[in-house]
Design a protein around this ligand. Structure first.
Ligand code: ADP
Ligand code: ASP
Ligand code: MG
Length: 448
């Protein structure tokens, strides 16, 4: 069996949904299909919730737009004999959503828990439409088997409970040829609705592929494959034929949005290949992510990726003991450090910055005369991912390329793994830096 995942871009319009149906109907084997919310809906749900909390009635406009969009898509793709029942189910969710938005509006505030509830409606509605659209398809609800737990205030997968629940739910479905599963959404240990994080439908699909022993995970999106850079930023980015799991993981951890980073782990452990495919161009071969062997002796730069919002934390007056304590404090509290210089500074992701500063201020409160923590303005981290062993020159060449383009460096380039190098620059220079690094390093050796 195989698992196919269709992202918001693939389930956004009647035309793209018709492509999805054709792709699913062309499958000969048993398939589990994971679907995201209709493209853009998660953002609109967040906007509606925030507007409701802010007071006034501007949220009503967004809510109405969400209703119209689902009604139009449902009418266009579901056959006449099934559309009434499908719309009834979607409509009852929309009614529930309206009640929740009214309650948020009345209270004038929103908690994280309520926000999670509001965003869940996207996938809960799209999976009804997709199930009704595909003849013979059965719905298996991820709210029944994807479980999260809280880890430093973030939702993480509760792998053991999830594995048990998937096994028993899919045992009941063993005769179904096509099973539809909403991506992204989950429940926590208390039974409340949670999720796997933005972009998390990829992860849902990977969890299912691993637990159900799929022979492949196909991620269907709106580009021809994993590319050498984000094609919206670097015009001459091109598709990479194949990547190892580790290479893909590095590109994704450093921000390549095409795959949500945690997705790679479950399938990597079971050696299940991922293929990135284009819903709008199914004939294109796509990118294979798997047990790819590198050709001996060659050093190849594969792609560039970037994290748009990072900050640099500097510990003034640091010695090696104080510096060690800084890194320890952050990692002990679940904060990922980026490009530690080993002397006085390290980067963190923008959404960790406030908590990182507070933790470090507390840690060094007694030593404020000698050690002070400062935090930079918004920076971007840019990474050049390669394979084939270290190329010491890349560190220097990256600095040289940025210098020649007149782009100041905020944290010097350093090797982040055997073949990969990263550095930090001002957020405003990101586009130019990506284009510069891409044109200097990504060459024809990328395609194998
Ligand atoms: P989906 O809705 O299918 O999950 P996403 O928007 O999450 O789609 O991911 C696909 C998008 O990722 C592409 O449209 C592309 O703009 C962007 N992207 C960023 N980096 C890359 C990359 N290295 N290769 C391909 N696409 C990338
Ligand atoms: N709908 C969710 C999001 O927009 C999950 C996903 O699309 O993967 O983040
Ligand atoms: Mg995505």
């Amino acid at each position: 069996m195989k698992v196919l995942k269709f992202g918001g871009t693939s389930v956004g319009t009647p035309e793209s949904l018709n492509n999805v149906r054709a792709i699913v109907e062309s499958q000969v084997e048993r398939c589990v299909i994971t679907v995201s919310a209709l493209g853009g809906i998660t953002d609109r749900l967040i906007a509606a919730a925030d507007m409701a909390a802010a007071g006034g009635d501007s949220w009503v406009e967004i809510y109405t737009e969400i209703c119209q969009r689902h009604s139009k898509v449902c009418d266009a793709v579901v056959s006449p004999d099934k559309v009434g029942e499908a719309w009834e189910s979607v409509k009852s969710l929309l009614d529930e959503l309206e009640t929740i938005l009214k309650a948020i509006n009345l209270l004038g505030e929103i908690t994280e828990r309520t926000r999670d509830l509001v965003v869940s409606y996207g996938e809960r509605m799209s999976c009804i439409i997709v199930t009704a659209m595909i003849p013979g398809a059965e719905l298996a609800h991820s709210l029944d088997f994807i479980r999260t737990r809280s880890h430093f205030g973030k939702n993480v997968l509760d792998s053991e409970t999830t594995a048990e629940l998937i096994a028993s739910r899919f045992d009941e479905l063993k005769d179904a040829k096509t099973v539809i599963v909403p991506g992204f959404i989950a429940r926590n240990g208390e039974g409340r609705i949670s999720n796997l994080g933005r972009g998390g439908s990829d992860y849902t699909a990977a969890i299912l592929a691993a637990e159900l022993d799929a022979h492949v995970l196909e991620i269907w999106t709106d580009v021809d494959g994993f590319m050498t850079a984000d094609p919206r930023i670097v015009g001459d980015a091109h598709v990479i034929d194949s990547l190892s799991f580790v290479e893909a993981m590095e590109l994704c951890n450093f921000g390549a949005k095409v795959v949500y980073p945690p997705t790679i782990y479950p399938v990597f452990h079971k050696n299940i290949p991922i293929i990135i495919k284009n819903t709008f161009n199914p004939e294109a071969a796509g990118t294979l992510i798997g047990d790819v062997k590198e050709s001996a002796g060659t050093i190849t730069t594969l792609g560039v990726s970037s994290i748009a919002d990072t900050r640099l934390i500097v510990l003034r007056g640091a010695d090696s003991e104080l510096y060690g304590r800084m890194i320890n404090t952050l990692t002990r509290n679940g904060i990922e450090t980026l490009l530690p210089d080993g002397k006085e500074s390290c980067g963190v992701r923008g959404n960790d910055a406030e908590r990182a500063k507070a933790l470090l201020d507390e840690e060094f409160a007694g030593e404020s005369a000698t050690a002070t923590i400062s935090i930079s303005e918004h920076l971007a981290t840019i990474a050049l991912i390669g394979r084939g062993g270290s190329n010491g020159n890349t560190v220097e060449q990256m600095a040289k390329a940025l210098n020649s383009a007149g782009i100041p460096i905020a944290q010097a380039p350093q090797q982040v793994s055997e073949g990969s190098v990263a550095c930090m620059i001002a957020a405003g220079d990101l586009k130019e830096a990506l284009q510069t690094i891409h044109s200097n390093f990504i060459n024809t050796t990328t395609n194998r």
